[in-house]
Write a new protein. Structure first.
Length: 192
């Protein structure tokens, strides 16, 4: 378990000193912007990334892969934290995701997720790295799930009956007759 430093002095110093940042000889608190004097040895402690061990993760294929980057002493740090998850690719680390909570979920794990990961906790305002947790991820074959095929809910397709041939001359004659009747009625009503 990582308890917050290579010695208690660094832990106490990081937890009790203001986040005093110095640029070109002028020092200020990163939160309040007030002038400050950094604690002796403070910068050296912040530059020391605390290794907090390796966690083994074994997950079934297509299950969610959970990275828990939390370490107990993080809760005592007053500055806002962010976490950077990286995956080892040969001799380099490739950034995967930066997030504000100590946990990250990669949905639907597959065999390409196998490997070594590192999660670095750092100050959100100063970007000073504080600690790192490594992960050794193994993905195993999941249980075979039967393929579910559901019945359709639509009614079966019915044959459409053939439309009988229409004698269009009869249809036109009836339409002319109806229009003529309305015209006659209109003329009669107009004369009254």
């Amino acid at each position: 378990m990582c308890v917050g430093g290579t010695n208690k002095w660094c832990t106490d110093l990081v937890n009790s000193c203001p986040m005093c940042q110095c640029i070109k000889g002028k020092c200020f608190d990163v939160r309040t912007k007030e002038p400050c004097t950094p604690c002796k040895g403070y910068s050296e402690c912040l530059q020391e990334i605390l290794p907090c061990g390796t966690r083994e993760i074994q997950v079934e294929e297509e299950a969610d892969l959970n990275f828990d980057c939390s370490v107990k002493f993080h809760y005592g740090i007053r500055d806002e934290m962010e976490y950077v998850l990286e995956k080892k690719n040969g001799s380099t680390m490739v950034p995967i995701q930066t997030f504000s909570q100590p946990t990250y979920v990669k949905y639907l794990a597959d065999f390409s997720d196998v490997g070594i990961y590192s999660c670095t906790a750092r100050s959100r305002t100063t970007r000073f790295p504080i600690s790192t947790v490594d992960f050794n991820v193994k993905v195993i074959k999941g249980a075979t799930r039967p393929l579910e095929i559901s019945q359709g809910t639509l009614p079966p397709i019915q044959d459409i009956p053939d439309i009988p041939d229409v004698d269009w001359t009869l249809v036109i004659a009836v339409a002319i007759l109806i229009v003529s009747i309305f015209l006659v009625i209109g003329v009669i009503v107009g004369l009254m």
